[in-house]
Write a new protein. Structure first.
Length: 79
């Protein structure tokens, strides 16, 4: 969705690598003050899970002609 919106926006373009970095900075990197990753809450309907991201891997599925990624699938594990 962000990539489509950025096509019509005069603001900074949507960049897949920037979005991955934002995601990892938010939920994956260790918080030095508590010495563990940030907690996340995953909600799916009535199911709610509190935990931490333990791993993430990425599969790039669509690219610009210049080789920059346009679409990525994230495979994440939580504990």
């Amino acid at each position: 969705m962000g990539a489509v919106v950025s096509l019509f926006s005069k603001e900074k373009k949507f960049v897949v690598e920037d979005q991955i970095k934002k995601f990892e900075d938010l939920v994956y990197h260790i918080d030095g003050s508590i010495h563990e990753p940030h907690k996340v809450r995953i909600v799916w309907g009535k199911l709610s899970f509190d935990g931490s991201l333990t791993s993430a891997s990425y599969s790039y599925t669509l690219f610009n002609p210049d080789g920059s990624p346009l679409r990525v699938k994230a495979n994440c594990s939580f504990a």
